[in-house]
Design a protein around this ligand. Structure first.
Ligand code: NAP
Length: 317
């Protein structure tokens, strides 16, 4: 008797490439195409065949989706952050979880350096100045030197370490805060984020988002960093208490910020839009053709391994 085709639930519209690759192998159900008020019915209707879910760092599989899928065996996330997946529920139910960690490390670290330089040198505001004809009437305001700065990295994991490697040749001194001190690291470790901020000029957030790291950048950390300090976030929006960040920037208690992620993205606090000491990007840390393809391939290979009873390539659970 032929086996029933495996159903894969794709939560968000990822690239055409991954949709094509998944469609070639599985019956693909496109969650976002169901109107929001009919999504429960959509899951119920297809729950007998759905054995895998593919989501990403913006939308994964919450408890409600997992509960609606009794035959779910694996969640293959097109992301390295897994904060949008109910991991406790996956552990309870024995659902495997894979992710795409190393495939995007370089890209996101590049983005962190790009945002840091762009924020220090106010390159987006300078671009607007030229386009708006300001150059004809005045010199552009002086900005901040990046080379040689004291950089504090929150989360010296894959991406944090790749950022450290990139900023070292700029003559920067590097310190970090993580859950634990890295025994083989040459960088200075701070057990407290406040102490790290007090001893840094630029703070870069690259830790995973958990209960322990939500709002890890708060009013006290911002004040410890000081009025010339710069905050860069390529982690998740909720790492920063955004209303505190916005008021610190507006009141001149913080020098600048470069943000690839926001707390309620794609919503942007209107006050931020009026500030010249920030650089914003729309959660595109890993969004290049090359890296997205590598991530897509890893998602597909993990699913193929699972459904042919081979070891997963990048298991988290
Ligand atoms: P990783 O290798 O797992 O590193 C995570 C780091 O977070 C580790 O250094 C870990 O510290 C630290 N951490 C975890 N809990 C902490 C806590 N309570 N306090 C302080 N530090 C804590 O992950 P990665 O691949 O570098 O990715 C990091 C994050 O980047 C992802 O989780 C994701 O949110 C974000 N990301 C963003 C984009 C984007 O497009 N902007 C793309 C990819 C990833 P220990 O080493 O001490 O455990």
């Amino acid at each position: 008797m032929a086996c029933a085709p495996v159903g894969v639930l794709l939560i968000r519209p990822l690239s055409n490439y991954i949709q094509d690759e998944l469609s070639k192998r599985y019956t693909l159900f496109k969650y976002w195409q169901a109107p929001p008020h009919l999504r429960r019915d959509f899951l119920r209707k297809h729950s007998d065949s759905i054995r895998a879910v593919v989501g990403n760092g913006v939308q994964g599989a919450d408890g409600e989706i997992i509960d609606a899928l009794p035959h779910l065996e694996i969640i293959a996330s097109h992301s390295s952050g897994l904060d949008k997946i109910d991991l406790d529920k996956c552990r309870e139910r024995g659902i495997r979880v894979t992710y795409t960690p190393d495939a995007l490390t370089d890209e996101v670290a590049d983005m962190a350096v790009l945002l840091t330089l762009a924020t220090a040198r106010r390159i987006c505001a300078a671009d607007r100045f030229v386009r708006n004809g300001g150059w004809k009437n005045a010199d552009y305001a002086l900005t901040t030197k990046f080379s040689g700065k004291a950089i504090g990295i929150i989360g010296l994991g894959r991406i944090g370490s790749a950022i450290a490697k990139r900023v070292e040749p700029f003559g920067c001194t590097i310190s970090y805060h993580s859950r634990s001190e890295k025994p083989n690291s040459k960088y200075k470790y701070y057990n407290s984020v406040i102490d790290l901020a007090s001893n840094s000029q630029i703070l870069i957030v690259s830790c995973s988002l958990t209960h322990g790291t939500r709002h890890i950048i708060n009013r006290d950390v911002i004040n410890a960093l000081g009025k010339n300090g710069i905050v860069i976030n390529i982690g998740r929006g909720s790492h920063i208490d955004e209303s505190e960040l916005v008021s610190a920037l507006a009141e001149g208690r913080l020098g600048g910020a470069g943000l690839d992620v926001l707390e309620n993205e794609p919503e942007v606090p209107s006050l931020l839009l009026g500030l010249d000491n920030i650089v914003l990007s729309p959660h595109v840390g890993a969004s290049t053709v090359e890296t997205r393809k590598a991530m897509a391939d890893l998602v597909v290979e993990n699913l193929e391994a699972h459904f042919s009873n081979k070891p997963l390539l990048t298991p988290f659970i």
